[in-house]
Design a protein around this ligand. Structure first.
Ligand SMILES: *Cc1c(COP(=O)(O)O)cnc(C)c1O
Length: 418
């Protein structure tokens, strides 16, 4: 459920007509709904009932400072994958003490900054990384808390680019290797074993593979206990899907129920960490765009809009479907079928194919489900400034990020000396 609804023929974000935002902020423009973001976060938080837990929002889904700040105010923790994301969490008032550092390739400076900031845990992805974190923790003078990210070898049945829990993926460590890392870490005074982690993929719409992964992680935790290694949490990662078209993903309540049921069955009361990103932000955003021209083609007609693949990469990168709707529905007139395309010089630059729309030139369209993995993936390809981001709060809206200027685009560039 989100707060983007028609009132009459005008699409609103909460109480604000999207056309009003387009008039003020220009297009293309990302618009997020505060109430939707908060509702989704709370749905996860409430789903655990009395079971001790921490929701660590995955910053890579949408790292806007205002988004991080709103979640920090709810008490959220954060899951980061880079030193840049750590800086964002700190700049937005997030608590590094509730922050988990994931990712398969952490650099020394990133590990140092995370140690200095006092993050909660490093989710380790290899023997080599465990060694580096240990050495840098020794320099820092305090042991580093770690989990090892287990690769449970389950097929998340998501898009191949979104699956991370298969043996052949670069992510995580198989159980035998992970046990060896724990054994060494146990004897290492610079490392403090904190938990076990996993994350099998994104846009999961089926709970069965998730349940299989949970069971393997819990089996592994038992194995550790057998070795005399105690842990203080289990991190089940993120990955819950959202509806882009006709998917029916489980609700946060159903998703968390799988976790608490498996834990209860084994009489485990260990605190649980989850790292949702898409499920919190996905349906909380739209990309507003204006029709530049209607172009008749030999095979299909094109609706050329002012947003392109540099603004929203998902259709080009994953052949992802994103719903596209009219911001102001025309009372009369015929809908026709269009490929909705951007101005970027690539045939892969489309937002949607074969869409029925009742549009004319200079009308506004909204690309839905554009709150996650959308603005964060935008680029300057074709020397296009990245769009602004606006957050609607009830009847008001706030500019959470300005549109880039044309000067911004060549900041730091230099021509060679004469
Ligand atoms: C990307 C990622 C997440 C968030 O995934 P969503 O599908 O957005 O919930 C969580 N944890 C890790 C380690 C990730 O890489």
């Amino acid at each position: 459920m989100d707060h983007f609804q028609y009132a009459g023929d005008a699409l609103h974000a909460e109480q604000v007509p999207l056309a009003e935002i387009a008039a003020r902020a220009g297009t293309p423009c990302y618009v997020y709904s505060r109430a939707t973001i908060e509702r989704h976060w709370r749905a996860f938080d409430e789903a655990f009932g009395g079971h001790p837990h921490r929701i660590c929002y995955a910053v890579k889904a949408n790292g806007n400072l205002a988004v991080i700040n709103l979640l920090a105010r709810l008490g959220s923790g954060f899951d980061i994958v880079s030193g840049g994301e750590l800086r964002r969490v700190i700049a937005a008032g997030g608590d590094p003490g509730k922050t988990i550092f994931s990712g398969v390739g952490k650099q020394d400076w990133e590990i140092r900054e995370a140690l200095a900031a006092g993050i909660a845990c490093f989710n380790i992805e290899s023997e080599s990384e465990a060694g580096r974190v240990s050495a840098l923790a020794a320099e820092h003078g305090r042991p580093a808390a770690i989990s090892v990210r287990l690769n449970p070898d389950v097929d998340a049945k998501a898009h191949p680019y979104l699956s991370t829990g298969l043996r052949e993926n670069k992510f995580g460590v198989d159980a035998a290797r992970a046990a060896e890392i724990y054994r060494r870490a146990h004897a290492d005074p610079n490392l403090r074993i904190s938990g076990v982690a996993c994350h099998i993929g994104s846009q999961l719409t089926d709970l069965a593979p998730y349940r299989d992964a949970l069971r393997r992680v819990l089996d592994f935790a038992d194995e550790l206990a057998g070795l005399g290694i105690e842990i203080d949490h289990i991190d089940f990662g993120g990955g819950l899907g959202v509806r882009y078209r006709d998917e029916t993903p489980p609700t946060p309540a159903e998703y968390c129920e799988v976790i608490t049921r498996e834990m209860r069955a084994r009489k485990k009361t260990l605190p649980v960490v989850i790292e949702p990103g898409r499920a919190i932000l996905g349906n909380a955003g739209v990309l507003l765009t204006r029709v530049l021209c209607i172009k008749r083609g030999a095979v299909s007609d094109f609706c050329v809009v002012d947003a392109g693949m540099n603004d929203l990469l998902r259709p080009a990168l994953y052949q992802a479907y994103q719903e596209i709707v009219e911001v102001e529905r025309r009372p009369r007139g015929e809908a026709a079928q269009y490929d909705v395309v951007g101005p970027v010089c690539e045939s892969g630059d489309f937002l949607g194919k074969a869409r029925r729309l009742n549009v004319r030139e200079s009308d506004l369209l909204a690309v839905r489900t554009a709150g996650a993995y959308a603005a964060v993936m935008s680029s300057n390809y074709n020397a296009r400034p990245r769009p602004p981001e606006v957050i609607v709060d009830g009847g008001e809206f706030h500019l959470a990020r300005e549109r880039e200027s044309l000067e911004d685009l060549h900041r730091g560039e230099r021509v060679l000396p004469e």
